[in-house]
Design a protein around this ligand. Structure first.
Ligand SMILES: Nc1ncnc2c1ncn2[C@@H]1O[C@H](COP(=O)(O)OP(=O)(O)O)[C@@H](O)[C@H]1O
Ligand SMILES: N[C@@H](CCOP(=O)(O)O)C(=O)O
Length: 327
């Protein structure tokens, strides 16, 4: 999250009159995250998160995100619940932006994830995939292969300012990934699509909740696994940690076993996941809105991860054994 759109106290108090949330006691902008504007609200009824949806979020998609959180929470996944206003609707408008209030989740996201956290995420991701199986609304992944080229086009002219020859590197990788190799027949379902460590809360070693469903969509379940391998299983120096990967994959596999085809596709899916985040970070890095309270994330972290996945020959390099998952 971040703060792109400021909200004055009287505007917020007026907005809250639509809800049954008591009186506003205090609120503050949350500097974490990069996509939307978020405020932490304290009212006489408790703590809540107010989100103003910004640039990358299409208004038409908001009912999907809000209904998904409700569905998952009803199916045993610990995630925020959208708060309905008195008119029964969870979605309203503030400062010209679509806005929603969700419940506050206790917990802290792990700054230095260890293998126990990775196992917790594996289990949490599998639970989410299983719980999403009967979610009726569909949303295509706008940031799958077809969505990467426009991101590249938006950043290409200035990519080499970030690193020499980055433009050529990205262009070649995109040509490869969009040249017919991307899987089309793997099991699909609802994926989180952004399950990074700042979107998973823990109390001690135990996962206490999953937040931020603004990229959730229907896509290959194994692609979500690949996103998590990228987000959770590398060290701060960008080296791959196979112990964390094994902990993550084993925990996932105990609840939802990956098929042989999914396992075989992991290196490719991990390349795709890496370039997707490299590209969105690159665009954001080159386009920080003036005055915004946001810290853009390092695109080159994902360049290094992508280079690693390019060197991977099979899912064994991620800690998977040929016969499937190790207990
Ligand atoms: N339901 C929630 N409960 C508690 N804190 C939250 C909740 N939702 C968001 N936050 C806080 O806001 C930060 C950013 O949220 P996030 O959803 O990742 O933002 P964005 O909309 O930019 O993707 C989180 O790291 C967390 O500190
Ligand atoms: N996880 C993305 C950025 C968007 O997620 P947010 O939860 O931080 O808003 C990345 O790391 O590139």
């Amino acid at each position: 999250m971040a703060v792109y759109t400021d909200v004055a106290a009287d505007e917020l108090a007026d907005f809250l009159k639509q809800y049954d949330l008591g009186e506003l006691l205090s609120y503050k902008g949350i500097a974490e995250g990069v996509e939307n504007t978020n405020f932490l609200l304290h009212t006489t009824k408790g703590s809540f998160i107010l989100t103003l949806y910004e640039k990358r979020v299409a208004k038409n998609d908001l009912p999907f995100f809000l209904a998904l959180m409700t569905h998952l929470a009803e199916h045993g996944v610990s995630c925020p619940l959208p708060v309905k206003a008195r008119d029964g609707e969870p979605l309203h408008e503030l400062q010209g932006r679509p806005a929603a209030i969700i419940t506050f989740l206790e917990g802290i996201w792990p700054r230095k994830p260890n293998a126990v956290h990775c196992a917790g995420v594996g289990e949490g991701l599998a639970r989410m995939h299983l719980a999403g199986a009967d979610f009726a609304i569909k949303r295509a992944n706008a940031l799958s292969v077809a969505g990467w080229r426009p991101l590249f086009d938006a950043a290409a002219d200035r990519a080499d300012e970030v690193q020499p020859d980055l433009r050529a590197f990205l262009s070649a990788e995109l040509d490869y990934l969009s040249g017919g190799v991307w899987p089309t027949d793997l099991p699909e379902g609802v994926i989180h699509a952004d399950l990074f460590n700042d979107n998973v809360f823990f109390l001690g070693d135990k996962l206490s909740g999953i937040i931020d469903f603004t990229f959730a969509c229907n896509d290959m379940l194994a692609y979500d696994v690949a996103i998590c391998l990228n987000a959770w299983c590398f060290e701060p120096d960008h080296s791959f940690n196979v112990t964390k990967a094994r902990a993550f994959l084993n925990a996932y596999g105990r609840l939802r076993k990956l098929s042989e085809a999914e396992e075989a596709a992991l290196p490719l899916l991990a390349r795709g996941a890496a370039i997707r985040f490299l590209l969105t970070r690159l665009v954001d890095w080159l386009n920080v809105p003036p005055g915004a309270l946001v810290k853009p994330k390092d695109p080159l972290e994902y360049f290094r991860k992508l280079r690693f996945h390019q060197s991977v020959s099979s899912a064994r390099d991620y800690g998977l054994m040929p016969s499937g998952l190790v207990a």
